[in-house]
Design a protein around this ligand. Structure first.
Ligand code: SF4
Ligand code: SF4
Length: 423
């Protein structure tokens, strides 16, 4: 696409990157059928191609309206369009750049500004999330569904005890912000499974939110504060030989892969941030490399106490989060691990489709989010599963609000299988 960027951005690193991305789009439209907002709204400006065109105009210095911002806000950042694009257009990066410029040029109304401010100031802080949840449970009947869901139902997962640090092989576990408040059982389950295959987990003191929440709200400085704090917290353990930085939320794992790029111009952090990115792994990526050890653990557990036929054939519908399949490009891995553990996967239509959670999207775009949730739950329930599993706390919480089935992280199923068989 021919592009002539405006003076304000042309010679900046972001401008050069955006220029290259814009030029790579050939306007073929192959991405349109995969875009959830285009499917729902049928408006080209709510499609990847339409948004790319809007961002081109924005970066070429044409006047920006709140309409442009609305079309960019409606994007889920699901990146299904990237997976579908034959030209390798890095839509997600272009959106980051375009949204940041729109944020500077279009002023939002006071109510929206307040909402976005509160999201930035509360969600990345575990203690604040716990405090809000405590209040939410008290006033639950007064809350809209998307806010009430996390506070309404007790966790379905079975709490795993946290294992002692006893193995020579060690990984770091970044716990993040919202997940420890909503579902601490997930990280305990991940640690338990890793322990069973000879890997101990270290929780780095001082680490916290990965920065994804503020990043997607175009709050660059706050994001870099989160990123630098995590690099500082992780680094002594990396120097001491930790072999990976593991996350059990795929959105956070995806964000860790951005650390090197985000701090590449900061001489005090560039090398260390690049190393963190090189070591970043979703728990699925770690366990995919340990299939033999896992098989041994399951066989050992089953020999100790065989499962009943009913328990071994638990029917699971797996929802692959967008960050797992489109950002990290991990496809089919979790399904293979669950199958190897004896679970029966039920068919799920439109598996590449976003559930509508998308970070803060369910709060900022509740109507579109709700429509996507309904479609996703219908697809997940169509194969009559007994449980729904996913790989990201945002998706998990969102889907729980739309189904009466239990919803868990898939690693909890593995941990339960190991502990049930050994109980
Ligand atoms: S983003 Fe890719 S698939 Fe979409 S119009 Fe551009 S080149 Fe085609
Ligand atoms: S990221 Fe998702 S919602 Fe946004 S344009 Fe691409 S496919 Fe559509």
């Amino acid at each position: 696409m021919r592009t002539a960027l405006a003076d304000f951005v042309r010679n900046t690193p972001e401008g050069r990157e955006a220029h290259a991305i814009l030029r790579s789009c050939v306007h073929c439209g192959f991405c349109l059928p995969t875009c959830p907002t285009y499917q729902l709204l049928g408006d080209e400006l709510d499609s990847p191609r339409g948004r790319i065109y809007l961002m081109k105009q924005l970066l070429e210095g044409e006047p920006v309206s709140s309409g442009t911002q609305l079309h960019l806000d409606r994007c889920l950042t699901c990146r299904a369009c990237e997976s579908a694009c034959p030209s390798g257009v890095q839509y997600g990066r272009l959106l980051d750049i375009g949204r940041a410029v729109a944020e500077e040029r279009v002023s939002r109304g006071p109510a929206v500004r307040l909402k976005r401010y509160l999201l930035r100031k509360i969600l990345p802080h575990t203690r604040r999330v716990r405090a809000v949840l405590a209040v939410a449970r008290l006033v639950r009947p007064l809350l809209p569904r998307e806010l009430a869901a996390p506070a309404t139902r007790a966790p379905e997962g079975r709490a795993s005890p946290w294992p002692a640090t006893r193995h020579a092989r060690r990984v770091l576990l970044l716990r993040g912000c919202v997940q420890p408040a909503l579902r601490p059982e997930i990280d305990a389950a991940a640690a338990q499974v890793l322990d069973r295959i000879g890997i101990s987990v270290i929780l780095p003191q001082g680490s916290g939110c990965c920065g994804a929440l503020t990043h997607h709200l175009s709050a660059a400085q706050e994001t870099l504060e989160h990123v630098r704090r995590n690099v500082d917290a992780l680094w002594p353990h990396i120097e001491a030989g930790a072999e990976a930085v593991v996350v059990s939320a795929s959105a956070c794992a995806s964000m860790l892969t951005e650390y090197g790029r985000l701090l590449q111009a900061d001489p005090a952090y560039a090398d260390r941030a690049a190393r963190v990115t090189a070591l970043a792994r979703d728990i699925a990526q770690v366990l995919a490399g340990e299939r033999e050890a896992l098989r041994g653990a399951f066989e050992g557990a089953a020999a100790t106490r065989p499962l009943t036929a009913a328990a071994s054939a638990t029917r699971v519908a797996f929802h692959a989060p967008c960050t797992l399949q489109h950002a990290l490009k991990v496809s089919g891995t979790v399904e293979a691990l669950l199958t190897a553990a004896g679970f029966v996967l039920t068919p799920v239509g439109d598996r590449q489709q976003c559930c509508g959670s998308a970070g803060t999207y369910s709060i900022l775009q509740p109507e579109l989010s709700e429509r996507l949730l309904r479609a996703k739950v219908t697809a997940l329930e169509s194969g009559a599963p007994q449980v729904i599993a996913t790989a990201n706390i945002g998706c998990l919480t969102h889907i729980r609000g739309g189904t009466s089935l239990p919803v868990c992280h898939w690693v909890e199923l593995l941990a339960e299988r190991l502990s049930v068989a050994n109980a």
